[in-house]
Design a protein around this ligand. Structure first.
Ligand SMILES: Nc1nc2c(ncn2[C@@H]2O[C@H](COP(=O)(O)OP(=O)(O)OP(=O)(O)O)[C@@H](O)[C@H]2O)c(=O)[nH]1
Ligand SMILES: [Mg+2]
Length: 127
């Protein structure tokens, strides 16, 4: 009985907790599949996506979390903006097109650059 009450109290406590805001970044080379992945997460069709010029922002609710995903353009000329988002992000999703073997070296270099950035080092990373 006591354990049932304790469980109910814990559940009520969690239910009353305010939602937590989490910001995540999607990075990776152009054409890697970042936008397609975000679309998949949203339950949308991941095909026929255009290259991202700048960024696109997506807000999702996942349980108690209000998640904001910044899907950043991966083109060479756009990568310079990535660092502007590093300080506010909780973690990074680095999307790799493993079938694009010709650009694996470039992927490795860019990933290393992101991971050693002082505002990213030590934060959660999903590849
Ligand atoms: N078959 C297949 N196609 C994919 C997959 N992921 C992405 N694509 C396709 O690959 C192309 C590029 O995907 P995007 O999601 O636009 O790539 P991106 O990383 O957002 O590229 P930028 O916005 O330019 O940085 C699109 O035509 C997608 O439909 C996948 O897992 N399988
Ligand atoms: Mg994109």
């Amino acid at each position: 009985m006591f354990s049932l009450m304790a469980n109910c109290c814990n559940w009520l406590k969690r239910w009353r907790e305010p939602s937590r805001k989490v910001t995540l970044l999607m990075v990776g080379l152009d054409n890697a599949g970042k936008t397609a992945t975000v679309r998949g997460i949203q339950g949308e069709n991941p095909e026929d996506v255009a290259p991202t010029v700048g960024f696109s922002k997506v807000d999702l609710k996942q349980g108690k979390f209000e998640v904001t995903i910044f899907d950043l353009g991966g083109g060479k000329k756009i990568r310079g903006i990535w660092k502007n988002y590093y300080s506010e992000t909780y973690g990074v999703v680095f999307v790799v097109d493993s079938s694009d073997v010709q650009r694996i070296e470039e992927t490795k270099d860019i990933m290393a650059e992101v991971l050693r950035h002082p505002r990213i080092a030590g934060k959660p990373v999903l590849v």
